[in-house]
Design a protein around this ligand. Structure first.
Ligand code: GRF
Length: 200
């Protein structure tokens, strides 16, 4: 079966993109990355995409008069590339309700905490301030509410004595690179089984 045509949306470094690209190289992996979109021109992820020979598009959000107009442009790019599944990896924009509806069950995000705990930004600061003894990463479907939506997969890491937001972030990031490819595999397999329809 043909792998599921997948796009990655990002705004920065792109280490998760790199992990996803590497995973997709495995024979019989059920997904392939066919497009990368960034709203930030200087995002490191763009170079990672281009080095891997994947079309990389910059769509800055600022020139658009509204969230809807920006999302419409993203949607058009995804459709033009015949994308069936979207993975967000450090994409720092909130979507409009219609975009989320349009991609319902076909759009994933990775968040660096054990959702539903510690949503939003400054996640590792929140974890440390709460005195949590473990943290981790979550891959979930995107819904209208931020950092909510059905959870596909999670992985845990310990919070260690003396951790700073940076040391904890690094430990969580390492587990993200394992988790996201596994979650993508699960979702893409489910889509293939259902004839490329929405995942369950
Ligand atoms: C990751 O920590 C991810 O969980 C969060 O943004 C960060 C992206 O990192 N949503 P990278 O650009 O994939 O390196």
């Amino acid at each position: 079966m043909k792998p599921v045509r997948t796009a990655v949306l990002l705004s920065g470094r792109g280490s998760n993109l790199k992990a996803l690209i590497e995973a997709c190289r495995a024979p019989d992996f059920p997904a392939e990355i066919v497009l990368v979109i960034s709203n930030v021109e200087s995002a490191g992820g763009l170079a990672i995409a281009r080095d891997a020979g994947i079309p990389a598009k910059v769509i800055p959000h600022k020139p658009f008069p509204s969230r809807e107009a920006f999302d419409a442009e993203i949607d058009a790019a995804l459709r033009a590339a015949d994308v069936a599944l979207v993975c967000e990896a450090g994409f720092m924009r909130i979507h409009s309700a219609w975009f989320v509806k349009r991609w319902e069950n076909r759009i994933l995000n990775i968040h660096p905490s054990l959702l539903p705990l510690f949503k939003g930004t400054k996640v590792h600061e929140q974890v440390l301030a709460a005195g949590a003894k473990e943290s981790g990463a979550t891959v979930h479907f995107i819904v209208a509410e931020l950092d909510s939506g059905p959870i596909v997969a999670q992985s845990k890491v310990p919070v260690l004595e003396g951790d700073t937001p940076e040391t904890l972030a690094a430990r969580v990031l390492e587990t993200e690179h394992e988790l996201y490819p596994q979650a993508l595999k699960l979702v893409a397999q489910s889509m293939l089984k259902r004839g490329n329809e929405r995942a369950v």
